[in-house]
Unconditional design. Structure first.
Length: 334
């Protein structure tokens, strides 16, 4: 292949990559709308409002009818629903118990809170309702933009760490040491930035550091394992998966149920999506609904480290067998 042919190939590949990038990031963002979004409806007109939701927006909401506002608040705090519509009394007597409410959790996703508020206001038979933010975003990040923006840097820096270890460190054992140091340091330092300097994260510093470290390890260890097994092809496939699928499908700014399906669900099986969900649970919901995303990240980490360990053991056994086979030759030569 001549230099000119190589340049043409690189140019075409870059054009294709740019197109894929545009589709990967712009398509999910331009198709944000509720899809089986878990919400609750409470109050004396709950059944009627639930039926109305199903009629006006088929497939948009997964409605749970509960007895009262307190039960709805409990479901929101446990991350079983994103919000609730609390209906007023039929006829409305003017008392505080007659008024309708919209309960939201901006910490679970500001886009979802806005969507639910808008839908509640459009429902006929529901009086103009007061909005209560049951689990609010951090006061220094009321729109959730800072939270959404911090997921991509965590993933990109972890990709870079994985690539550097895979390409610059020849020993598998040394790569694993580098991964441990990176994950530990990334968790502690990033938590200082996010919680201390930027004030984006309430809650425990150590819990936040542990989650960030787990996210960092899941991405970087998978990159190193992919590169160790399949070389540059493995590095490319893993990086493509995390950057061009994982990030736009993470639901960090919208919630996975607001993305086109099944892609929203697929995103929750990748480290960026699972990491964003785990961060929300730990930062704002006292760990509620943290089990699934934690398990997803743990599977990625365990799989990658197991692969690296087995490859290291296989390499050590091969080296030992080769050395032992050379011993008789040396003895015979003497």
């Amino acid at each position: 292949m001549t230099v000119v042919q190589r340049a043409v190939g690189v140019g075409i590949a870059a054009v294709v990559f740019q197109g894929v990038m545009l589709i990967a990031f712009a398509w999910p963002a331009s198709n944000v709308e509720p899809r089986d979004l878990p919400v609750a409806v409470a109050g004396p007109q709950a059944d009627a409002v639930a039926a109305l939701l199903s009629q006006r927006a088929p497939g948009a909401f997964e409605v749970t009818v509960v007895a009262d506002a307190e039960r709805a608040r409990g479901l929101i705090a446990d991350r079983e629903v994103y919000g609730a519509i609390v209906t007023g009394a039929v006829g409305g007597g003017g008392g505080s118990g007659d008024k309708a409410q919209v309960l939201v959790a901006s910490a679970a996703g500001p886009a979802v809170a806005q969507q639910l508020t808008r839908v509640a206001g459009q429902l006929s038979g529901v009086p103009e309702a007061a909005v209560e933010d049951v689990v609010a975003s951090d006061p220094d990040d009321p729109n959730g933009g800072g939270f959404a923006a911090m997921v991509l840097p965590l993933v990109v820096s972890s990709l870079a760490a994985g690539y550097l270890l895979a390409l610059a460190v020849p020993s598998i054992g040394a790569r694993m040491v580098g991964l441990a140091i990176y994950a530990f340091g990334a968790g502690l330092s990033s938590a200082v930035v996010v919680r201390g300097w930027l004030s984006l994260a309430p809650g425990s510093y150590l819990a936040l550091a542990a989650v960030i470290g787990l996210i960092s390890m899941s991405v970087s260890a998978t990159i190193v394992a992919a590169g160790t097994v399949a070389g540059r092809i493995g590095l490319g496939v893993a990086g493509f998966t995390f950057l061009l699928l994982g990030n736009p499908l993470s639901g960090a700014s919208t919630g996975s149920e607001m993305l086109p399906q099944p892609w929203g669900s697929v995103g929750q099986l990748l480290p960026p999506g699972a990491g964003a969900s785990l961060l929300r649970s730990v930062m704002f919901f006292d760990g509620a609904a943290a089990g699934v995303p934690f398990t997803v990240l743990l599977v990625w980490v365990t799989t990658a480290l197991t692969m690296l360990t087995l490859l290291a053991l296989a390499g050590a056994m091969h080296h030992l067998a080769r050395n032992s086979s050379q011993v008789p030759e040396l003895v015979a030569a003497e």
